[in-house]
Design a protein around this ligand. Structure first.
Ligand SMILES: Nc1nc2c(ncn2[C@@H]2O[C@@H]3COP(=O)(O)O[C@H]4[C@@H](O)[C@H](n5cnc6c(=O)[nH]c(N)nc65)O[C@@H]4COP(=O)(O)O[C@H]3[C@H]2O)c(=O)[nH]1
Length: 702
């Protein structure tokens, strides 16, 4: 019913055939501020209603032609007027006519007043019924409003009492989840929902009732093949029960999952990315810290990835990374060594593996070994057969570090260390590695200053002609007098010098100093002593080498035939074409060439022939066991015979005993060098040795 606000309190239609009664009624109504319209019988009342519906109808039962019951029914039946169904109708019945009362209600009356009428309260009675009917009208509007709201939202709605029994249940129009209403109303939640969800719902219901605050929780329901996600929001109605709204959030969850995948997945390989790995590492740290467990972080890098990318293109590079990640996935499957581990790609060709619950360090090494083996199998990609190797660094929690950043950094450092140790390697990070690297850095800083601070100096080791026992040459061997660490042997700093390129200026200094010394001996001792100088691979590849040699010879005045450059097998094998060109240039200058440490590399004699060198130096490792070591004796004899066949002379290194010298003489070895014949010594000691020997008849050494 529409409530019409009016300055008056309302209009009442008074229908009675007795004019006195009508007058009295009008009078009483006017006293409480109500307007009235009169009707002297039933048809007049209906007609009046149709003209202008009143706010209330006061209807006498006993009227001629059409009694009050009929009028009441007729008004209620007026479909043309919305108010007809809801307008309050008070029937005026006779005395104790109970039947009339029942009849009145059946006809649609709202209330009744029985005769004799208590006139003073009639007006108040009418006012009360008007107020009540107004409240009902408001309720009807609110109810319609609520239904409209509930119909508009997609959520399923229910009411639950404090015991967990459904009082109401309305399925939302988008709810795939919901159960039919009849399945729920009057039932306990545990009969409708799976046990754990029902438990959660009951718990939250109690909390809402206790706190009067809104609560929400998510749950999942298996529906056929599908797993659906829901969010339930609960609010107290204030009447001891709880109103719940359930929304299907499966789509949202799927979108969230998709976003998560994009944020945490490496799009190329489909495995977790750096961000995912870092978060995993944090979780593992927290877990291991609490459980007192150990874990390992493996950092893998492909040794030749850049080359493959550059030569075969990015497509092949991408394919390689995908195949590598597949192989890694297979490799780290649970095994007897590790129960589970996690793989990720940090970027580029860098992969990481986290091995939780590590019982023994050996297990991490075993995984690294498997990874290396897996990488060594050739990759067939886009018609190319590709060979790669991997370098792996391993850091351990808690031994190496206690936070994720350090552990990852140390695994990376260990990986670099592994690469420096010759690739296809796996290395553990250990605190000693840091020390090594630290001292490496310090050493490098020191080495850079060594030259300008005059900390380098040369020792000379005599080389004697086996048959005449005369000193015919010396080998220049560099030393570093370190201001703090004392004398440092070349094996401890030459590799660093090579790595940093410092070998080029150091080598030049050695060459000049050695040439100056050789020239000095030639002048003071009147002896032509051949000076042997070591050349490292890096120096040999330096395109200025011939220029440096030429200027050292030119500046010191030493004849080229008195300078011998010692090269290792490795240096010569490195890049055959460039090697031949450089050798040709050096030979053009007139200096001599020899192969140092012969026997430790892989060069075949026939290969060496192409290099046309003057001498072979048999490595001291073959000499050290002589004469007892028959195998090395046989090798030494064979090398001497073959070298002679190729017209090379042979120098035996590391001769420490007279017996060894005797044997080498028997084998026909041309020259010898070693502690037995003279340790590396300063130039004045060599000068004395030369003076002690009688000058040979010929000024030129063999
Ligand atoms: N056990 C034993 N050892 C003996 C004996 N006789 C000589 N030696 C040692 O054997 C090494 C011979 O030098 P190398 O094979 O050229 O091996 C050299 C050479 O490869 C490199 N090196 C030394 N000086 C230079 C240099 O000026 N330039 C370059 N590039 N490398 C150098 O360092 C290496 C080591 O040099 P050193 O420590 O001086 O070690 C020298 C020498 O002291 C012996 O009877 N028994």
């Amino acid at each position: 019913m529409a409530v019409h606000p009016s300055p008056k309190r309302g209009t009442v239609l008074v229908a009675d055939d007795d004019p006195v009664m009508r007058l009295l009624m009008l009078e009483m109504l006017a006293q409480v501020g109500l307007d009235a319209v009169e009707a002297e019988d039933g048809p007049a009342a209906i007609a009046s209603f149709q003209r202008q519906p009143p706010d209330l109808v006061l209807l006498d039962v006993d009227m001629p032609n059409m009694d009050g019951f009929e009028v009441c029914s007729a008004i209620r039946a007026l479909e043309t007027h919305a108010a007809a169904a809801t307008v309050p109708i008070i029937m005026v019945t006779g005395g104790d006519d109970l039947e009339a009362v029942t009849h009145a209600y059946e006809a649609g009356a709202t209330d009744f007043v029985s005769k004799p009428i208590n006139w003073p309260i009639l007006g108040h009675r009418v006012l009360y019924v008007l107020r009540a009917s107004d409240a009902i009208a408001r309720l009807r509007v609110a109810d319609a409003h609520n239904r409209a709201v509930l119909a508009a939202i997609p959520d399923t709605f229910f009411r639950l009492n404090r015991d967990g029994v459904y009082l109401d249940y309305e399925q939302g129009h988008e709810a795939n989840s919901a159960f039919p209403q009849e399945h729920c109303v009057g039932r306990h939640v545990s009969e409708v929902l799976p046990e754990h969800i029902a438990g959660q719902l009951l718990e939250q219901t109690q909390a809402v009732l206790a706190t009067q605050h809104i609560r929400s929780f998510d749950y999942e329901l298996q529906q056929g093949q599908q797993q659906r996600h829901f969010e339930a929001r609960l609010v107290s109605t204030g009447a001891g029960d709880v109103l719940g709204l359930v929304r299907d959030i499966s789509e949202r969850k799927r979108a969230e999952e998709q976003i998560r995948r994009l944020a945490y997945c490496d799009s190329l390989t489909g495995i977790p990315n750096r961000q995912a790995f870092l978060e995993l590492l944090e979780r593992e740290l927290a877990h291991s810290r609490q459980a007192g467990k150990k874990f390992a972080v493996l950092f893998m890098d492909l040794d030749a990835f850049k080359r493959i990318n550059d030569t075969l293109g990015h497509n092949v590079g991408d394919l390689l990374l995908q195949t590598v990640s597949e192989r890694l996935r297979e490799t780290i499957r649970p095994s007897d060594v590790v129960s589970h581990s996690h793989l990720a790609r940090l970027g580029g060709d860098e992969f990481t593996i986290l091995i939780p619950d590590l019982e023994r360090v050996e297990n991490a090494l075993a995984v690294a070994q498997r990874v290396k083996d897996a990488m060594r199998r050739p990759f067939q990609l886009d018609g190319n057969e590709i060979f790669v190797t991997a370098s792996i660094g391993i850091s351990l929690y808690p031994a190496d570090g206690e936070d994720s950043e350090s552990l990852l950094k140390y695994a990376d450092t260990a990986m670099y260390h592994a690469k420096n140790c010759g690739k296809n390697n796996a290395k553990l990070y250990s605190s000693s590695l840091t020390m090594q690297i630290m001292s490496h850095v310090k050493l490098e800083v020191g080495l850079r200053k060594a030259l300008q601070n005059n900390e380098l100096y040369l020792l000379y080791q005599p080389q004697i002609d086996v048959s005449s026992a005369q000193i015919v040459g010396v080998e220049a061997l560099v030393r570093w007098r370190h201001p703090e660490h004392g004398i440092i042997p070349p094996n401890d700093f030459i590799p660093l010098a090579e790595e940093t390129g410092l070998i080029v200026p150091i080598g030049e200094w050695v060459l000049r100093t050695a040439c100056t010394q050789a020239k000095a001996w030639q002048q003071t001792c009147r002896r032509a002593i051949r000076m042997a100088v070591n050349l490292s691979a890096r120096q040999f590849k330096d395109e200025n080498l011939t220029q440096i040699v030429l200027s050292a010879l030119g500046d010191t005045g030493l004849e080229p035939r008195l300078l011998e450059l010692e090269l290792t097998e490795g240096t010569l094998m490195d890049d055959a074409r460039a090697t031949m060109i450089m050798l040709e240039q050096l030979r053009g200058i007139g200096v001599l060439l020899s192969i140092d440490d012969f026997g430790t590399g892989y060069s075949s004699m026939s290969y060496l022939k192409r290099f046309d060198v003057r001498a072979l130096k048999i490595d001291k490792s073959f000499i050290v066991g002589l004469p007892q070591d028959s195998e090395n004796a046989a090798i030494t004899r064979a090398i001497i015979a073959m070298a002679h066949g190729l017209k090379m002379i042979v120098v035996a290194e590391g001769v420490e005993t007279g017996e060894q010298l005797l044997l080498l003489e028997q084998y026909g070895c041309d020259m010898a060098q070693g502690y037995f014949l003279g340790r590396p010594a300063p130039q004045d000691a060599i000068t004395r040795m030369l003076a002690a020997q009688r000058a040979p008849a010929s000024p030129a050494p063999p």
